[in-house]
Design a protein around this ligand. Structure first.
Ligand code: IFG
Length: 510
């Protein structure tokens, strides 16, 4: 048979051959089931891919519509399809089904992908939300929108996977904070610690002490005299609600007895000599202290704790406690002994930087470890008395530190932190005398001395937050696997306009 006739025959036959091929022969899913960050506990690729098309629907109980809407929003953005959310899908429809009530642990989920449907099961909506973050990463950025076939079973190693944003050195607006919540929640980060007060500014409205914000949050308060502003109670409540819809819990911090210059400028009676200190726009630390011997100090502290606790549905209230170099050790302990119990009085769990462990009252508090060393006798002793720990070692988890000497933004007192350094450590065994059973999880602080915009936040936070999120969620770590998955993830940040740092340690996909 002449070539031309053979070609003609094939040309006729080919469409029939392809059209009749089982879906298994359809374009293989462009995203591997094992490409998720943080890495799930169990990934079993098998069977045919699921193809999302314009007729795909998302089926969920009405009680899970909030989560289903998050998934629909994300997939509409990627696919351009309508993706209706329904409580009962029509018989013929291809369905992504979300179900709660499964016998699974907190935040755990099971994801099953088959040719004719996707099933996501969890105990509750928090687990569904975690599974939705995984599913989003399995959908290619460009069509055909096939999701690799197989099963994923997943749950977190630690219950506390946090990010901290300092809005005191530089005030970041609610819109910027919401954008940060959108991004960190995609890596299953579930706590956002807001550093609300410091020497340069006071950023949360307190009704009983109004000058804290009218003076401490005025224009011109902030490092270099820029970044003034503050959260009204309405702003804060709205942020709490927004964070909760992404299954992120807000942790407010009022730092004391140090880091209080802005409060003392607003209320000179909070100093021992009654003289207002000068406003500060530099980045020195350790020069301010509440007046430990004056009763007004404890009225102030209790009023602030009371109002903040009333605004905060989350379990934690952070009272700082770091770098109190202008407070004597005896005064510091006396202060903590009076103040830590006030947090419990208003129904919250006391939480502070690890210096609080000098005070016996810290035995039922949470200590945030920010030291550079893998030894800390005071922390280990407190842990032996019941203190729980959040790991934030400054030389590994402080994402305000420069990546390398060439990084325009950030500080470097704790050393340079490239992505691999942020990834290659274990929160469960990091400090001698602090067993995994005492570790609630980890947190990545982002201090804002050198930040001015959401782009600056994103550049310093990503990709290191992705690395730290994996340390908090996944059972073990594998740098080669992580760097490969991270390289493939890059285009997702680009597609969302996230100004991440293109680390030279990573082979970034285009
Ligand atoms: N240490 C101070 C922060 C901030 C930080 C910048 C803690 C707990 C240096 N305290 O970290 O206020 O200035 O890297």
């Amino acid at each position: 048979m002449r070539i031309t006739r053979l070609a003609a025959v094939l040309a006729c036959a080919l469409p029939l051959i392809v059209a009749s091929a089982p879906a298994a022969l359809a374009a293989p899913a462009a995203v591997g089931l094992g490409s998720v960050i943080p890495a799930p506990i169990e990934v079993h690729p098998h069977g045919s891919a699921f193809k999302i098309t314009k007729t795909t629907v998302i089926e969920a109980p009405r009680s899970a519509f909030d989560v289903a809407d998050r998934l629909a929003e994300a997939l509409r953005q990627t696919t351009g399809y309508r993706l209706r959310v329904v409580s009962h899908a029509p018989g013929h429809a291809k369905v992504i089904s979300l179900r709660t009530g499964a016998r699974l642990g907190p935040e755990a989920y099971r994801l099953s992908v088959r040719r004719d449907g996707i099933s996501l099961q969890a105990r509750d909506n928090a687990g569904l939300f975690a599974g939705v973050q995984t599913l989003r990463q399995l959908v290619p950025l460009r069509g055909p929108f096939t999701v690799a076939g197989g099963d994923i079973a997943d749950k977190p190693r630690f219950g506390y996977r946090g990010a901290m944003l300092d809005i005191a050195r530089h005030f970041h607006t609610p819109a910027e904070i919401k954008r940060y919540i959108d991004e960190i929640s995609q890596f299953k980060v579930n706590y956002l610690h807001l550093h609300l007060s410091d020497d340069q500014g006071w950023r949360i409205q307190i009704d009983s002490w109004p000058r804290l914000t009218t003076v401490g949050g005025a224009a011109g308060t902030g490092v270099d005299g820029v970044g003034g502003g503050f959260l009204t109670k309405a702003d804060y409540r709205d942020l709490v609600r927004y964070a909760a819809s992404r299954y992120v819990t807000i942790v407010p911090e009022i730092d004391m007895p140090g880091h209080v210059n802005a409060a003392q400028v607003a209320y000179p009676e909070l100093t021992c000599d009654g003289v207002a200190p000068r406003p500060r726009t530099d980045i020195d630390v350790g020069y301010s202290s509440l007046c430990i011997g004056k009763e007004i100090t404890y009225r102030f502290v209790e009023d602030v704790i009371r109002e903040l606790a009333a605004l905060t549905p989350g379990p934690y209230l952070h009272i700082g406690g770091d770098e109190a170099h202008a407070t004597t050790e005896a005064d510091y302990i006396a202060f903590q002994q009076r103040v830590l119990p006030l947090v419990a009085k208003y129904g919250k769990k006391a939480y502070g930087w690890n210096e609080i462990t000098q005070a016996p009252a810290a035995h039922n508090a949470v200590a945030q470890y920010w030291g550079l060393s893998r030894e800390n006798a005071s922390l280990a002793a407190a842990v032996a008395q019941g203190t729980k720990v959040i790991m934030s070692p400054a030389n590994l988890a402080y994402v305000d530190q420069k990546y390398d000497p060439s990084t325009r933004l950030g500080l470097s007192w704790a050393g340079f932190i490239e992505v691999q350094k942020a990834y290659d450590w274990d929160p469960g065994t990091h400090v001698a005398g602090v067993p995994e059973s005492a570790v609630l999880g980890l947190e990545a602080p982002l201090w804002s001395e050198t930040l001015r915009s959401i782009d600056d936040i994103e550049f310093m936070a990503f990709p290191r937050i992705a690395a730290l999120a994996e340390l908090g969620w996944s059972p073990s770590r594998d740098w080669e696997s992580f760097r490969t998955r991270l390289g493939a993830y890059g285009p997702r940040w680009t597609a969302r306009g996230v100004d991440f740092y293109p680390s030279p340690q990573i082979d970034w996909a285009r």
